[in-house]
Ligand binder design. Sequence first.
Ligand code: IPE
Ligand code: IPE
Ligand code: MG
Length: 255
Amino acid sequence: MAESTASTQLPRSPLPRHVAIIMDGNGRWAESRGLPRLDGHREGANSVRDVVRAARKIGLEALTLYAFSSQNWARPGSEVAGLMGLLRDYLIDERPEIMGNGIQLRAIGDIDRLPASVREPLDALSGDSAENSDMVLNLALSYGGRESIAAAAQRLAKRVAAGELDPRNINVDSFGAEMPTADVPGLDLLIRTSGEQRISNFLLWEAGYAELYFTDVLWPDFRKQALYDALEAYQARERRFGLTGAQIESGDLAP
Ligand code: IPE
Ligand code: IPE
Ligand code: MG
């Protein structure tokens, strides 16, 4: 029998190139233990660390994590402040691991809305990690999918108004090029934890042909093995992109 190594436990191909996660359930994790909600967010940061490490080791090209939505600003001020504090801690504490593992950290969303205490370590780490090329870690912060689409439409409209763009040239490719995820591989797998089956304004444009995976596991309990489970489920899917199963099987994709 072959000697057991760490790599034999890793899921086999086909691996998704780009995985995104709606990290939900921190509050319920804490409340079910009689703890303050912030304790759930704190434990959730440990899941982020574990999952980023596993994703990098497996060889994913891009991981996009929904950390704070445009709508989450409406939560109680104390929870928002606590989340911003944890975000700052994460960006400072994880810096050596991110730099040491060739991870390029980026942020998508309305970053200007974040407090300076978060923006400063975020700008520093995204600047310093910009040349890293082993994996892109996209943090969705103050992010909304509709907001992102509306902002792209506004940029295109400005170019039309300036006479730089012919409206007939607005199509799926040119519109997609305006999205903040334009230069990472297309989204292959979208995971949501905590049993909710909704998108909650996450990557609306990008999820057009992503496989969706919902699990009851709460985010603070979602660790490496839970990621492997999601990847295994992904590997059992047949992605057809509108074609027939026979076309996919034969590999004859010519029109
Ligand atoms: C997800 O956990 C984290 C954020 C939205 C910031 P929640 O805080 O939404 O946890 P639940 O859904 O209330 O359990
Ligand atoms: C989505 O979770 C946002 C993040 C995980 C950051 P929410 O808990 O905010 O979403 P809803 O309210 O269940 O739709
Ligand atoms: Mg939630």
